[in-house]
Design a protein around this ligand. Structure first.
Ligand code: G6P
Length: 489
């Protein structure tokens, strides 16, 4: 992602995230092919013209040999990416273990691992050690690439120790940390054996950001209740040093989605989908196949709706795109079989020789197909049990300006705070309520759909990813300047 203009470089922004926004495939001993994956963070930073961005992170592949590492480093440099090499054991303990088996479920209110508590407690320590070790490795790469005046922006739950380690290297570094997941109630966070160390490590940052005000409030409460520090309207204070804590709700690059709908290939997909599902209302779910997304609950709610509304059985179809993720973690493997079992049962129960009520796909769709699918959808179902923000809800809205479909949205997704007035909000655990929401959405009069859509479309197109990134980084710069002024006084 080259800068689209040729203005002079003003300030370098080092974006540090567990995963680089590329997928790397080895083609030979010293050759790699790279493909950019345009996730939310990439599109957010693509539009940011103020800064010269560098990415630091793991390329998602194990490269044990020096020749391969050097070749990958060279290839990535062309994409302004700098790799952190993690070996298989670290990935297993840090990424599969501490990040995705401990922090991820805990931050989404699913608790610490339940099974075989003793074994978990024993492995917990080694996973935590690996987590710190991995964070040290990231810090080392950042430090080697840091130049005076750079801004360092650390992302997500994988890198909670990074602010502390970076400040140890250089106390003058401007360090921001942003969490893309919820931060749970302090009562949940306090169950974590390493609760205090993690909080203290994050507090080393100058600015700490969350998607919603509630997550920021939970974080400040955890610092006051668990660490006994002082919470102020600005953030958390420890012996005269302030860590600013604030909410910075992310958005999407809405223009990219709106423009895509004009692309002939997308128009063609739209036509095909309309023909394929003629005479039926289309309901859509797009999720990573993750416990937090509430996919089984959503499908069971759809079953209840079909059960209670026989007249709809041959007039509606649910398309569920479930993108495989973290497939080495046992909980995710169990979820895949569970979802397959439920879908199979419901299709057996309500399917006919020519049609099934649920089309379930275990794979991702390319961008153009996804936009087409959003555009033909009548009702989108986002029923996360917890979700930091949920940008699928934003993407759906961006693609719906001609159809004005209905969004059913979990009240436990961060997006409920911004799209709540336009969506039908539901408690995803309450299957009866979700089934009733499906009924309401499918029967909603045009004027009401129009009103709700207007509200959401206005929000999605005015609160973009670019604004989010620019706002965070400029707040980080200001925070550091204010802190310097305070210490001079
Ligand atoms: C969530 C996290 C991201 C992560 C993404 C995909 O959105 O907040 O940090 O990159 O899931 O998960 P993965 O484990 O495949 O990177």
């Amino acid at each position: 992602w080259e800068r689209p203009d040729s203005r002079p470089i003003r300030q370098r922004l080092l974006v540090v995230a567990n995963r680089l926004p590329v997928s790397a495939v080895r083609r030979g001993e010293d050759s790699w092919s790279l493909e950019i994956s345009a996730g939310g963070l990439v599109s957010a930073l693509l539009g940011v013209k103020e800064f010269e961005t560098r990415w630091i992170g793991w390329a998602g592949v194990n490269v044990p040999d020096e020749v391969g590492q050097k070749a990958l480093t060279r290839a990535l440099a062309e994409k302004r990416c700098i790799p952190v090499f993690l070996d298989e054991e670290i990935v297993h303990q840090y990424y599969n273990g501490y990040c995705n088996n401990i922090l991820w479920p805990l931050f989404h209110y699913l608790g610490l691992p339940q099974e075989d508590r003793l074994a978990t407690t024993r492995s917990f320590q080694s996973q935590f050690t690996a987590y710190k070790k991995a964070n040290e490795m990231f810090a080392d790469v950042v430090n080697r690439n840091y130049e005076e005046g750079d801004v360092v922006w650390c992302h997500d739950y994988h890198l909670m120790f990074l602010p502390e380690y970076l400040k140890k290297y250089n106390n003058k570094m401007k360090v921001g940390w942003f969490l893309h997941t919820p931060f749970p109630s302090s009562e949940i966070h306090r169950t974590l054996p390493s609760r205090s160390e993690l909080l203290r490590a994050v507090l080393a940052a100058d600015l700490v950001g969350f998607h919603t005000y509630d997550y920021a409030r939970h974080f400040v409460s955890a610092c006051t209740r668990i660490l006994g520090l002082e919470g102020t309207p600005e953030g958390v204070e420890d012996q005269g040093r302030l860590t600013r804590v604030a909410a910075f709700p992310i958005g999407i690059d809405s223009e990219r989605f709106i423009r895509a709908l004009e692309v002939p290939q997308v128009q063609e997909h739209i036509k095909e989908l309309k023909e394929r599902f003629a005479g039926r209302k289309v309901m859509l779910g797009v999720d990573r196949l993750d416990m937090i997304k509430g996919i089984p609950q959503k499908i069971l709610a759809f079953e209840k709706f079909l059960e209670e509304n026989p007249s709809w059985r041959d007039k509606v179809v649910l398309l569920q795109i479930a993108v495989p993720t973290r497939t080495d973690v046992p909980e995710y493997q169990k979820l895949t079989s569970q979802v397959h079992e439920i879908v199979g049962r419901i299709n057996g129960r309500f399917g006919t020789l020519t049609a099934v009520p649920i089309h379930h796909l275990d794979r991702s769709l390319d961008f153009h197909k996804l936009c087409a699918l959003y555009a033909v959808t009548d009702v989108a179902l986002v029923t996360s049990l917890r979700d930091g923000m949920n940008l699928v809800s934003y993407e759906f809205v961006a693609c719906q300006d001609s159809k004005r479909g209905v969004l059913i949205l979990s009240e436990f997704a961060g997006a409920a705070q911004s799209l709540g007035a336009g969506a039908i909000l539901v408690n995803p655990w309450n299957i009866t309520e979700v089934a009733a929401a499906i009924d309401q959405a499918l029967n909603m009069p045009h004027e009401e759909r129009e009103k709700r859509h207007r509200h959401n479309f206005e929000h999605v197109t005015t609160h973009t990813a670019q604004q989010w990134a620019e706002f965070f980084v400029s707040e980080l710069n200001d925070t550091v300047i204010e802190a310097q002024q305070r210490t001079r006084k």
